[in-house]
Design a protein. Sequence first.
Lengths: 263, 467
Amino acid sequence: MPAPPVPAPPVPAPPAPAPRVQLFVTCLVDLLYPEIGERTVALLERLGCEVAFPSTQTCCGQPALSSGYPRDAVTVAERFLDAFADTEGPIVAPFGSCVHMVRHHYPRLLEGERAAIAARLAARTYELPSFIVDKLGRPAVGGRYPGSGMTTVAYHHECHMRYGLGVTAAPMSLLRGVAGCTIVEPLHGGLCCGFGGTFSLKLTDVSVAMADEKLDSALGAGARAIVSTDVGCLMHLEGRARRRGLPLRVHHLVDLLEPDGAL
Amino acid sequence: MSGLVIEPPRRRPDPAVTPNLHRAAERWESNRAEAHERVDWEAWRERAREIRADAVRHLPELIELLEARMVAAGGSVHHARDGEEACRHIVRICREAGATNAVKGKSMTSEEIDLGAALAAAGIEAVETDLGEYIVQALGDRPSHLLAPAVHLNAVQVAELFARESGRRFDPEDTAALVLYARGVLRRRFLAAEVGITGVNLAVAETGTLAILESEGNIRLATALPRIHIALMGIEKVIRDWAGASHLVQMLPLAAHGTLAAASTSFITGPAREGDDGPQEVHLVLLDGGRSAVRGTPFEAALHCIRCGACLYACPVYRQVGGHGYGSTYSGPIGSVITPLLDRTGASAELAWHSSLCGACVEACPVKIPLDDQLVMLRARAHERDPARAEAALFAAWARLWSRPATYRATAATAGRALRPLWSALGHEGWQRRLPFPFSGWTDGRDARAPDPEPFHVRWRRRRGGS
């Protein structure tokens, strides 16, 4: 009786070709937080992506849309279409709210042929955490919170990612992979921080009261840092924390995903 | 004082109500979480949306059917174009019956048409019989939530009110004693009333049946003891059939309180039959009040609302400003949408800005109304109607500059250059204490992040080349 055939050793899957990624840096990151853009590029390259930066991009137009000026929003959105329509591969942004603008608002904001282009772009536009976890299949990418010992952090789910895009698992998955920090869930964690774009200028007192609740509940849960992926929320929360002199740091998730914890 | 629009919305938080609202909202959140484990929430809300969308799409024919079936069952139907006409119908019915004592069930529609004032002017004493409504009526206050009218108050405030009314002492901890006191007062009113006036949660067209959900039993008394029952309903509350009704009478309490049934649900098809107890007359007053004009517009989905109040609890702005902060009968996200839609004066247009557009309301809505998108569209509509705004010129200029890469980059470079000295003075920390108009509102409460002297697109070009 012949010996049963020895099963062939599993052939290792060929490494997936490095996906070419189009960086949609977003205007607030470009102008106010360029280092978040640089860290996003470094992270994507570390994960094997080739990163391109379509140089004619400006803003997605969301400030005008949510302020009630859809025509001005279209004028600026047209620029996004021009900048990305002829590119290939996934479009990735470190800012969920702008992705929500492209995915949710563009297809109904633009008309005719432009709407079709917008729909095609929307289908390949991702926020950074989902792209890494779901598209690249990397539930964790390491990283470490700077300093020795453990820091307690609270994750703030930005609303357009949580409610608009339905994404909550991916950023938490990445955050859990970061060494040097423990994660706490503050009271009323699901509430908006009060940024809301021009809401922060129109209903200033309400906006600030919402930030205070967010900051106080993070502190109350023992957090010493708040992490998010919305640069608007970060700017609002850090601006308020600084004004009050609170012992809270505010970070973009990508800051913590640096391999050496170099913040 | 009530009516659709009462006063300008407030732009400040109300620290007196926020803790009460957080507490109520937390209760709602935990009940809701439990309830979602028992049903397929997404399938349930899609079914609820379909039922409501079908009703609003076929509104004229369903109203006609409802009227025919209700009249066949012995009821009467009265149509009102606006609140004033609805009030006239109700006052006339009371007068024709010689009634001067009425008991009222909770009805936001009655607040919308300012029915209390119309009844008082006609010499008809109408007492609110929902406990929360009774409290706000006695305080000369007004409801601050669709379903929980006194949610902005706490037990201490209620105990003080009842003590003033009765000359007795009440322990705020002993809520049972507070409830018993109110029950005693209200029972006497129920027995004396000639007319019971209620709202309607939904009307089933195929049988001419009115459904009213409640927690306290006051609706059962108000629709059974008095000789006449007058029901007031916005026309959009009609639905086609019992298949839809059986879903919505579960969905409404599920979204509102996390329970699959209200404590009591009354189904009323005409007056009492020969030999039965119950009212001799049942009148339905159907209020249009601007609703028909919303049909066929991009805002039609706002008419799908079943008034569950879920979007109020979900809304962080509602929790800060409270129901009264909206200055209108309908508060919270749905109030910010339907008030400007129903209000022909334009006075409430500003309500569209009473939201951070976070979208928590959309997730909570049992009929999937895209409240955030509607708020954005209402902002645009407000600008179209009132175009002479400096802000419009600002955004137009901004769009021109930022729709071209060259001018976008130029503005970035200018901001960077202008702020560079400041930037260095601040030790490159990049945060500022004061900004000029139109950004001064930001720095009233927050430090501001300064533009970076070297934006990302400059750094990319420097390191990677390219244009």
